[in-house]
Design a protein around this ligand. Structure first.
Ligand code: AMP
Length: 279
């Protein structure tokens, strides 16, 4: 496994892989790696000849009050996990090289970045689009893999690639969960005495899904109340959206996503599940 910290080295590897007629599958991450990230590595491996993983805690997607400084940084453990998964190249860009003081370009993903997660975090998806674009220009992947756990992010990256005609195929990887159902996340390490409450989120959205498919008009409100009644501090949103566009669902019978963000011990937890057979 090659560990690369500067762009020149990375470009040499990229050029060699492509000159050899091989393809690159890319998994961008912010580190704090868990089985969810590693499952995306497996998807990349199945769909490309060489796998490149980046670890970069992207300052452009954190607001000043958010957890940029505290975000889990576990480089040596991460590298061991990637090595065990036979990753070919790990790219660890240096903050100052990536976003130097005179960095000026901005990307706006438009309205789609202002709904759901974007209501609480209006600059979040623009920051993600910026770093993903930059990483794509550097790594030049043929395929890139993102988790369905961050469903809005996956949707926005697909749109970014389509709008800017980027020559990369975007694949989604399914959400990997702890044994008790909690979707894995690097931020789960922030959960302390209420960790045992966290699976409530997945349990309740499954029950909401079951209520929706039987035509219960109160299902979403019930879910919002139930998540709080069972120990969460606050539900930011629990919504049923068109799985293709993320617009509010207007035509029943289309594949839909039930998407939730809620706070437990001050930690923002996200989850989503598919809803089919809506009456
Ligand atoms: P992050 O390091 O949180 O930026 O995540 C890097 C990638 O891993 C993103 O594409 C996430 O959607 C994906 N990811 C995070 N958690 C999971 C999970 N539990 N299952 C599958 N993919 C995940």
């Amino acid at each position: 496994m090659k560990i690369v910290r500067n762009l020149e080295q990375l470009r040499k590897l990229e050029q060699k892989i492509h000159l050899d007629g091989e393809t690159i599958g890319f998994v961008p991450t912010m580190g704090g790696l868990h089985e969810g990230h590693l499952s995306l590595v497996d998807v990349a491996r199945k769909n490309a000849d060489k796998v490149v993983v980046s670890i970069f805690v992207n300052p452009a997607q954190f607001a000043p009050h958010e957890d940029f400084d505290e975000y889990p940084r576990t480089e040596s453990e991460d590298l061991a996990k990637l090595e065990a998964r036979s990753v070919d190249v790990v790219y660890l860009p240096i903050q100052e090289d990536t976003f130097p003081g005179d960095f000026a370009v901005k990307i706006s993903v438009g309205e789609i970045g202002q709904i759901l997660e974007g209501v609480a975090r209006p600059h979040f998806f623009d920051g993600i689009a910026l770093v993903v674009t930059k990483l794509f220009m550097q790594v030049k992947p043929d395929v890139a893999v993102f988790g369905e756990k961050d469903f809005q992010q996956l949707h926005i990256i697909k749109k970014l690639v389509q709008d800017l005609s980027m020559p990369v195929k975007i694949l989604g990887g399914k959400s990997i969960r702890e044994e008790d159902g909690l979707a894995m996340s690097s931020r789960n390490v922030y959960l302390k005495e209420k960790r045992s409450v966290a699976p409530v989120l997945f349990e309740v959205i499954q029950e909401v899904r079951d209520r929706i498919v039987t035509g219960d008009a109160d299902a979403l409100d019930w879910g919002r109340r139930e998540i709080v009644a069972r120990g969460f501090e606050r539900v930011d949103y629990l919504e049923l959206r068109d799985g293709g566009s993320l617009e509010p669902l207007e035509v029943m019978g289309k594949p839909a996503k039930l998407i939730v963000a809620a706070y437990l011990e001050g930690v923002r937890l996200l989850d989503n599940i598919e809803v089919v057979n809506i009456i």
